[in-house]
Ligand binder design. Structure first.
Ligand SMILES: *Cc1c(COP(=O)(O)O)cnc(C)c1O
Length: 342
């Protein structure tokens, strides 16, 4: 007897992640942002695959994320280090990105001589040391900064931040400024290391810029096919009314899986290349798609989840879409093309 398994499938194409990473690594030394569990897709599997490609610099947000990674993967911890975690950090193989004079003092005292990274704030005013507060006498691996407006290459703040960063004169093994979007603005943003995240996972960092191989596909089990007459509605709030006799596929997928209500009447599924619109409100565990114009579906329905289009349809950012994909899926690692054909 088979144990029950989830009726929604999330397929992550690690070959596509690797190909997207090579797009950056061919142009400049590249690390990888794998915070938030690899943008929701599984940091351990992604780190293992990219390490095999030659990636040596991984970025997470917190020590809890660092602790969850397989042994042998060394990471840079973007939030730096706080008093309650400094002992663990100092004994770990990982490197904190120090963001404030307090963090610098803490690291000096707890791990004298141990390498660290420094985040310098050049205008985003989020985390980071002011240029005037940059410490001397530490063993600095990466001196980094972060761009505020990189997804808009023409924004004047990009060059201002780049030039401010280039003017900083403290010893460091390497310098790093750019995430996915910054790395695509131009070679003068690359410095010694780029830190892509979104693009590795199939996102489009700059609307008019290059696109990357899709990494995520979602399939949901068809629970029922419903015929509705013209004039009947579907779902909570009766937000959709059939304009003709229609066939609806009711599938096991909802906002509890991260298929959020923004897709109500805006998302779509795909059957044999035919777009099947989401109809009615997305529920916690159920969604409905109008399959009237498509061939009858098999057991599984492929949910159209091409990131930039899904972002435009749902009103959510590509980052939010990835990181809210829930943990109720049967998560598999395979080629997206195979998953869509299955
Ligand atoms: C998240 C993050 C990145 C990666 O950003 P993407 O836009 O996903 O490429 C790089 N650097 C820092 C400091 C980050 O917080």
């Amino acid at each position: 007897m088979e144990a029950p398994c989830p009726s929604a499938r999330l397929t992550v194409d690690l070959d596509a992640v690797a190909a997207n990473w090579r797009h950056f690594a061919r142009r400049a030394p590249a690390g990888a942002a794998i915070k938030a569990d690899g943008y929701g897709l599984g940091a351990a599997a992604i780190a293992r695959r990219l390490a095999a490609e030659g990636c040596r610099d991984f970025f997470v947000a917190t020590w809890a994320e660092a602790a969850a990674l397989p042994a042998g993967i060394g990471v840079h911890v973007l939030h730096g280090v706080l008093p309650h975690e400094v002992a663990w950090a100092a004994a770990s193989p990982h490197t904190p990105v120090l963001n404030s004079p307090d963090q610098v003092a803490l690291w000096r005292a707890a791990a004298p001589g141990r390498p660290c990274d420094l985040m310098v704030d050049t205008g985003i005013n989020r985390l980071g040391l002011a240029p005037a507060d940059l410490p001397r006498g530490l063993s600095v691996d990466i001196l980094m900064s972060h761009l505020a407006c990189a997804d808009t290459p023409q924004h004047p703040m990009n060059a201002v931040q780049r030039d401010a960063f280039a003017a900083i004169d403290i010893p460091a093994r390497r310098r790093s400024l750019a995430a996915s979007a910054g790395a695509l603005i131009g070679p003068s943003y690359g410095f010694d290391l780029v830190r892509p995240g979104l693009a590795l996972y199939g996102g489009t960092p700059i609307a008019a810029g290059p696109t990357f191989q899709p990494v995520v596909s979602i399939a949901a089990r068809v629970l029922q096919i419903r015929r509705v007459a013209a004039g009947e509605s579907c779902g909570y709030g009766a937000t959709w009314t059939a304009s003709r006799a229609s066939s609806l596929a009711i599938v096991n997928l909802g906002y509890a899986d991260g298929y959020l209500r923004g897709f109500s009447n805006r998302g779509h599924a795909v059957i044999g290349g035919v777009r099947c619109p989401a109809v009615g409100r997305i529920s916690m565990d159920l969604a409905a798609f109008d399959i009237t114009d498509a061939a009858p579906p098999g057991d599984w329905l492929d949910i159209g989840f091409v990131l930039p289009q899904a972002a435009a349809a749902s009103g959510l950012s590509q980052y939010e879409l990835l990181t809210t994909l829930g943990h109720r899926f049967d998560r598999r690692y395979a080629a997206v093309a195979e998953a869509r054909a299955a």
